[in-house]
Each structure stands twice: as C-alpha cells, then as structure tokens.
Design a protein around this ligand. Structure first.
Ligand SMILES: C[S@@+](CC[C@H](N)C(=O)[O-])C[C@H]1O[C@@H](n2cnc3c(N)ncnc32)[C@H](O)[C@@H]1O
Length: 264
C-alpha cells in the first residue's frame, strides 16, 4: 500500500475507532471489512488490551476536539484532513447557522461524498449549504485562495485538523503551519486548534521488547509512522511564538494528548 492509499487507510482506522468507541452515530458507515479484518488480526496476535487503550485515547481526542469547537462558538469551522470524520455533518445538522467546511485530499473526498449522501438519505437528515466537503491538499494548495469564495474573512472562524500532523515530517509540519498562518493573517478573528503529544516522545505505553513489537505492529496497521514534532511544551510554545502566534495556550489535556488554541 503506497501514497494516497496508505493515507486513506489511516482515515478508515480513525472511523473504526470512533464507531467502536461509540463517539458518534455516523462513523459506522465508513467502517470497511478491510480495516475490521486488519484490526482483528493484529489485536488477536498481539495485545487487544493495548489496542483498546490506544482506541480509547484516540476516541477521547475526537470527543475533546468536538467539545472545544462547541465551546469556542465559531460562525465558521474549517477542518483540514477531515478524512471520514462526520463531525461537520453532525454539527451543521444540529446548528443550521454554523458553516463547516471539511477538506481533504481528492481521493478521500471522492470516496467520502457518496457515503455522506447515503447517510443523509438513510438517517433522513436535513442538511443545508453550510455543510461543505471539498478537496484541499494542505501541503500543496493555498488555504486562503482555495476557500476565498466559501468563507467570510470577517466572521469568527476556527481552523483545525485531527490526527493529521503526526503523519507529517517536520518540514511538512512547518509548511502546514505557514499555510494556516497566511490564511489567519487575512482572517483575523480566527483561532487555530492543534493537538500534540510533546511530552512523551520517548515513552512507550508498554516498556521493553514487547513495547517495540507492539509499536511496529501499530505502524503496520496504520501503514504509517507517526511522530511528535516537539520534545516538550516549551519548545512548542517557542515555535509558535516565533511564527507570530502571540496568543498560544494549552486548552485541554486529552488523555496525554495536549490540545492548544493559538491566535495571530
Ligand atoms: C488519520 S487520518 C484522520 C482523518 C480525520 N481527521 C479523523 O480524525 O478521522 C489522516 C487524514 O489526513 C489526510 N491528509 C494527509 N495528508 C494531507 C494533505 N497533504 N492535505 C490534506 N489532507 C491530508 C488524509 O487524507 C487522512 O484523511
């Protein structure tokens, strides 16, 4: 599995976690037999307990991201690398005046669109034009110009991604932040929501050889190597201050994953 297919699989794994952990009503529509088979195989072979704890932690992140978005009360939300998350659908169905723009790579959006249409039909949802799902490669496309005709730069806005940046190299992470910063310089009432696990880069949930084997298997399941971009909180704060984010603060500790809000 290479490139886009590899990336798409991580989105399927996130949907499986949310469905299994009962985070929302709609993730089940995105769970394929491929991801179920892979999960069953590795959890039986290695440690179901370990995978369950990873699942719980990841599901807690989804719940906390959602509650922080609601707490911020934005008029517009932009999700980068939305994958098969159904948060935008859920929030816009409940709040008709909220605009929610979900974005991801073309191959993911192509698969997601018809499944969203199926959910709307089966669940008899009333969806208005404030729910938008569109292509956007955060490393190649300019966020500001891509969203120019969809967003009101004067409205209170929140921009975020969930579970995307751990798959980026440090150089890609920097490009991603520069792209967001360029957007936020024009959209002044915009808050960036980010998450990191900066404090436990070297820690393993299971120590020793078993920990290494489990880590390797997780990589195989997700077909990807995930990483933290910062050794500690101070490094992260320094990085964001250096980028011109004057308001940078910790918003929540979600089971060891730290959530931050930043403004320019
Ligand atoms: C682990 S999934 C998480 C998806 C979703 N945020 C969730 O929580 O379910 C990572 C997502 O990042 C997306 N992604 C990776 N690189 C990207 C890029 N350069 N531009 C936009 N999306 C990207 C992938 O397509 C994938 O959907």
């Amino acid at each position: 599995m290479k490139g886009n297919a590899k990336i798409g699989f991580t989105a399927e794994a996130a949907a499986l976690i949310r469905a299994q952990e009962g985070v929302d009503k709609y993730s089940k529509y995105f769970v394929t037999s491929r991801v179920k088979r892979t999960y069953s195989f590795y959890s039986a072979l290695l440690s179901k307990k370990y995978f369950d704890s990873v699942f719980r932690r990841r599901a807690a992140l989804s719940k906390d991201v959602k509650s922080l978005i609601i707490l911020q009360k934005p008029a517009q939300v932009i999700e980068l690398g939305c994958g098969y998350s159904t948060l935008g659908l859920d929030l816009t169905v409940k709040n008709k005046s909220l605009k929610f723009i979900e974005t991801d790579m073309e191959n993911v959006v192509k698969i997601k669109k018809p499944i969203i249409e199926e959910i709307i039909k089966k669940e008899k949802l009333k969806v208005n034009k404030n729910y938008i799902l569109m292509n956007l490669d955060v490393l190649k496309d300019d966020i500001l110009s891509s969203l120019a005709d969809k967003i009101d730069l004067n409205k209170k806005t929140l921009i975020f991604s969930e579970g995307v940046t751990p798959y980026f190299s440090d150089a890609e992470y920097d490009r991603y932040i520069e792209n967001i910063k360029h957007f936020m310089k024009k959209c002044r009432n915009c808050t960036l929501l980010i998450h990191e696990r900066p404090l436990d880069k070297k820690k393993s949930m299971t120590p020793g050889l078993k920990g290494h084997i489990i880590k390797a298997a997780t990589r195989i399941i997700l077909r990807s190597k995930t990483k933290s971009h910062f050794n500690n909180y101070d490094n992260m704060k320094r990085y964001f201050h250096g980028k011109g984010f004057s308001h940078f603060k910790l918003a929540k500790d979600s089971n060891g994953t730290l959530l931050f809000v930043a403004k320019i």
